[in-house]
Design a protein around this ligand. Structure first.
Ligand code: C2E
Ligand code: MG
Ligand code: MG
Ligand code: MG
Length: 302
């Protein structure tokens, strides 16, 4: 770990720091992880997982969210909540973000060989706030779109509200460029930040994703939670009045589904429908879904 530590500091911030033995265990572990992260892309340790987003009414597949996974050689699968913040701190998120975008485009091209273009689900890619500061971001995305022959309208970008709050000229330009390319914009984890619904009116946002924590507390051990229910209902109705579609994240129970469907929430994502899947399983899921004339989980109809 000492050597790892040294390398991390050297590579990461260009500063030399002697390992003095007082470093807390957790910091050492993080530093080691940071070193490993530098090589992860080259070594092909990142994987893309895909989680379906379905129409709450028809249960049809509309989209897949791409969720990044890191297959670490000794630690096993490292969750994104552990390595994304680290990558944001070191700037590695730039290269990782482009890798993720390219994965999505390649996956779309693969699916296009199997599925008519008008039945192709979109792929939603998470964009970290830090990536909005990546020099020439749009040019870089354009190169990938051109190389893979992907149309912008098959892609969505999910950005958290805090990222969009920095309503700077640069951010506005990026959002304008995305719109020109027909890449839709979704506000991710809505409700966890400052949650001003006024962005919905000011920004070119087409989709709002209600954070899992709200879905979670709609019904608590069979008890209806009125406060949360009112907030969610009002959010959906305001979004709709601004022609913004709503996705509920983290739907795990039939009760949650029934409740959200009752509020006219458009789409849902969660373990009730499907967990994130590896590309092969996602392809299977996609093909199954296209052939299906019956709702997917019939006994679950609200
Ligand atoms: P997110 O964008 O809000 O993604 C949804 C998270 O909720 C995913 O966690 C997903 O696996 C999880 N989830 C979905 N349905 C359920 C459910 O029913 N129950 C529970 N308990 N969880 C559910 P995951 O994959 O661990 O990703 C966590 C976060 O890491 C993401 O939150 C996103 O902010 C970030 N992330 C993942 N992939 C990327 C990426 O490629 N780029 C960037 N910048 N961030 C990413
Ligand atoms: Mg997301
Ligand atoms: Mg989310
Ligand atoms: Mg989240």
């Amino acid at each position: 770990a000492d050597i790892a530590m040294y390398k991390a500091k050297e590579k990461g911030r260009g500063t030399y720091q002697v390992f003095d033995g007082h470093m807390r265990e957790q910091e050492v572990a993080m530093a080691a992880l940071e070193v490993d992260l530098y090589q992860a892309l080259e070594l092909g340790q990142f994987k893309a997982a895909y989680q379906p987003i379905v129409c709450l009414e028809s249960q049809r597949l509309v989209s897949f969210e791409l969720l990044m996974r890191w297959q670490h050689p000794t630690l096993g699968m490292v969750p994104p909540d552990k390595f994304i913040p680290l990558a944001e701190e070191t700037g590695q998120i730039f290269d990782m973000g482009l890798w993720v975008f390219e994965q999505a485009c390649q996956q779309l091209q693969q699916w296009r060989e199997l599925v008519d273009e008008h039945r192709l689900p979109t792929i939603a890619v998470n964009l970290s706030a830090v990536q909005l500061n990546q020099p020439n971001l749009i040019d870089k995305l354009d190169v990938i779109l051109a190389r893979t022959g992907t149309k912008g309208r098959h892609l969505k970008l999910e950005i958290t509200e805090t990222a969009l709050m920095e309503n700077t000229q640069a951010v506005n330009e990026i959002l304008g460029s995305l719109r020109e390319r027909h890449i839709e914009l979704a506000i991710d984890d809505f409700g966890t930040g400052y949650s001003s619904l006024s962005y919905l009116d000011q920004l070119p946002v087409q989709v709002l994703k209600i954070d899992r924590s709200f879905v979670n507390s709609l019904i608590d051990r069979g008890e209806e939670h009125e406060g949360t229910q009112e907030i969610v209902k009002a959010t959906i109705s305001l979004a709709h009045s601004l022609k913004v579609k709503v996705v509920a994240e983290g739907i795990e129970t039939e009760d949650q589904w029934r409740t959200l469907h009752g509020y006219h929430c458009d789409f849902g994502q969660g373990y009730l429908f499907a967990k994130p899947m590896w590309p092969d399983q996602a392809t299977e899921y996609l093909l199954d879904n296209l052939d299906r004339h019956q709702p997917q989980v019939q006994q679950l109809r609200p």
